[in-house]
Design a protein around this ligand. Sequence first.
Ligand code: ATP
Ligand code: MG
Length: 556
Amino acid sequence: MADSGLPHRPKPEETPEAAAAPAAEGAGGPSKNALKKAAKEKAKAEKAAQRAAQEKAQAAAQTADDTAKDLYGKIPKTEDAVPVTRVKELSEDLYEKEVTVVARVDNARVQSAKLAFLMLREQGTKIQAVVAAAEPISRQMVKWTGGLSVNTIVQVTGIVKKPGVPVSSATLSNLELHIRKVYVIAEAAQMLPMQVKDAERPPPEGADEGQLDSEGTPLVTLKTRLDNRVLDLQTETSQAITWISSGVAQLFAEYMIKSGSRWISTPKIAGAASEGGSNVFEIKYFKRNAYLTQSPQLYKQMCIAGDMENVFEIAPVFRAEDSNTHRHLTEFTGLDFEKTFRHHYHEVLEFAEDLLVFILSELKVRYKDQIAVIQKSYPKAGDFRLPKNGKALRLKYMEGLALLKEAGVDVSEQERFENDFTTAMEKQLGQIIREKYDTDFYVLDKFPMSVRPFYTKADPEDPTFSNSYDFFMRGEEIMSGAQRINDVKELEDSMRAKGLDPNQEGFEDYLSAFRQGCPPHAGGGLGLNRIVMFFLGLPNVRQATLFPRDPQRLRP
Ligand code: ATP
Ligand code: MG
């Protein structure tokens, strides 16, 4: 005890403070028990303080002889100005050069007292980093580095080297970073609800929570990924998918603006459920009720009546449908447009067909790298077929129906115009068209009037049909559109024919737009999430949606 260098500590009974402790109870002075208790507490506190002091002294002693003490730890203020290289920009050209990167710890592992490995990840791109104890790098630094918690954001300075053998688990398998310095920028919690590296592979179909694959790696279900979406977004695949979503919105806007279209924002809260559908969300609106719009349809048309000629919008669309399928959300991103025409609605149809050919072919060029990443998990991502001549394939609804009939599908309900194609029929037609015309994108025109909404213009030559069209990708619908009725009398008749009352609340503003005169126009509504999903061949629309909303999911 005497040579420990620590001062002698008196026993609790001896301490003057304990003896002088004030009375805790009673007016007759402190009881013996109260004094004993106070003394005990005091001793406990002292013991803890001593332990802390001991640890601090030990740590200080260690740092004193740690040759690397300035090379690791919390980032020092002086490091602010260091130029940082993006991980994905590292290449063999940088062999033997010193670089500094900022990345997350994808994995940390101590190999021995003298060697530790970090897998670093920046926006899905991974590189291995090694730290070896050799002057000035100390064993303490190796131990600390290997003990970094997964997902911590670090700044690493090191020399780019060629690894002995390619690092197969890294994206940059021919590079390795030999660590000189490593500082923590933001620390991650010790326990993560899900490992990002376990979510790199596609979610298993039909597996339950907690199952392992044949190699003992946890299978992370889609539910777990979506519950922990922030971590899931960090995977290489999610990073690439979110770029494709961004690309679809950008290309849509680019095409529209290039063609002189005006970018509009229409209200999402409406005083009445005016599209006639029952699939609207009712919300509280001060002392009354309001509704979330199921499309910008009526507003787009009112803009046309307002002489805006050519308009588009990118905005949320709400559907209160209890559809629990791979392609239905209760909130999705709508890409909408509406446009006047001179002679025939096919002017607008062609405009929309060229829009899709533009978006899909530009995605292939501009997002080649992202598509290649996604293809590793979803092999269909790279093989979306577009018509070779750059013109969309357009068939009439009845021609599509004939193709299905030829293939032996029972289409009697569709022939009687009682129902639209079922999802299964659409998919089968997509397969037939792919084989016959070598394209995954096509258009069906002239749908029966009975399966379209009231504002759709009937075909003047045969009013059983209508001037309406749907667009398909890999056999599933991504857009519905039509020429709209622009004559108020015809519009009111069409409403009545669909069982709607033109005098019903919510229609007066819409109808008066036509009473005041409105030019002929047509348009369409696309689902961004579906375009991404089908372009990449993803099995579920939720994977193409940042924070999906469906009948079961309202978080995160
Ligand atoms: P579906 O027949 O697939 O239910 P719909 O005909 O009801 O679709 P529309 O009202 O025509 O859909 O909407 C236009 C576009 O918006 C669709 O082609 C699709 O791309 C997208 N969309 C519609 N409903 C949803 C939804 N619930 N989730 C995601 N996207 C949707
Ligand atoms: Mg539709």
